[in-house]
Design a binder for this molecule. Structure first.
Ligand SMILES: [Mg+2]
Length: 268
């Protein structure tokens, strides 16, 4: 990898857990910033806007701004604007991400008779009740397009694992005999959007994540060098059972600057 290659960094489980910084992560990001390398924080988070994530991370001490952050909702908005412009979209999501969906026409989810062209599934929460899901199912039966920000089955919160929208998506797809178009990680289009954001080429880029399949191996399929960290959702069983081998495995984000230096000097 040549010096100056772009670095894509997952947030949850790599930099933070429940938005609290992991040991050494702030210092490592300061070193990365000082090195002049371009980087982007890439996340499937659907509960907060880019601005809110930037504010939270900055408050925790990370030297980042809103321009450094790329979320699944932001990439989804670009996807919808390009693939189905002017479509009337019904958003099913927990958390207010409307600020990150510019140029997307959202229908009023309280109006059961509203015309819908595309169902957009974000992250799970109380919004995924029977009435809402049955309404989505009926739209899908009519041939309405299904776009989902990710397929995550569950995620780790401060009070334990919680069921995510991927679990509901499987039921909807089976029942309506459709397949969702995925816009966040592990979709190739997501990594392409992140690299385009930085003006970077896959061959000189690295992706750092704690999800071996969705972050690391998915990035490697796009020609990006994959780096797995042993923090967050990392588990030795998942690592052993994975469908491929990460290019690099490091204990935590704290030692990423050392790996980058080794790679830049060709001693890695
Ligand atoms: Mg993660």
């Amino acid at each position: 990898m040549e010096r100056g290659g772009a670095v894509l960094i997952d947030i949850d489980g790599v930099l933070t857990v429940s938005w609290e910084p992991l040991p050494g992560a702030v210092a490592a990001m300061e070193r990365l910033r000082a090195s002049g390398r371009s980087f982007a924080l890439v996340t499937n988070t659907t509960s907060r806007t880019r601005a809110s994530i930037a504010e939270r991370l900055a408050r925790a001490g990370f030297p980042v701004t809103v321009d450094d952050i790329l979320t699944a909702p932001a990439v989804t908005a670009a996807y919808l604007r390009e693939r189905c412009p002017r479509a009337r979209c019904l958003l099913v999501n927990a958390g207010d991400i409307r600020d990150d969906l510019p140029g997307v026409t959202l229908v009023d989810d309280s109006d059961p008779d509203a015309d819908v062209d595309v169902i957009v599934v974000g992250g799970a929460g109380d919004e995924f009740g029977y009435t809402a899901l049955n309404r989505v199912f009926r739209h899908l039966q009519r041939g309405v397009r299904l776009v989902a920000m990710h397929r995550n089955l569950f995620w780790r919160t401060a009070d334990g694992l919680s069921l995510d929208s991927g679990a509901f998506l499987l039921g909807l797809e089976r029942a309506a005999r459709v397949e969702a178009e995925i816009t966040g990680k592990p979709a190739e289009a997501f990594f392409a959007a992140a690299l385009a954001h930085l003006g970077a080429e896959p061959s000189t880029a690295l992706m750092v994540g704690d999800d071996i399949e969705s972050d690391v191996l998915a990035a490697q399929r796009s020609g990006i060098t994959g780096v797995l960290v042993k923090t967050g959702k990392y588990a030795p069983e998942t690592h052993r059972a994975a469908t491929g081998t990460p290019d690099h495995v490091i204990d935590s984000f704290a030692v990423l600057p050392d790996l980058l230096e080794r790679l830049a000097t060709g001693s890695g």
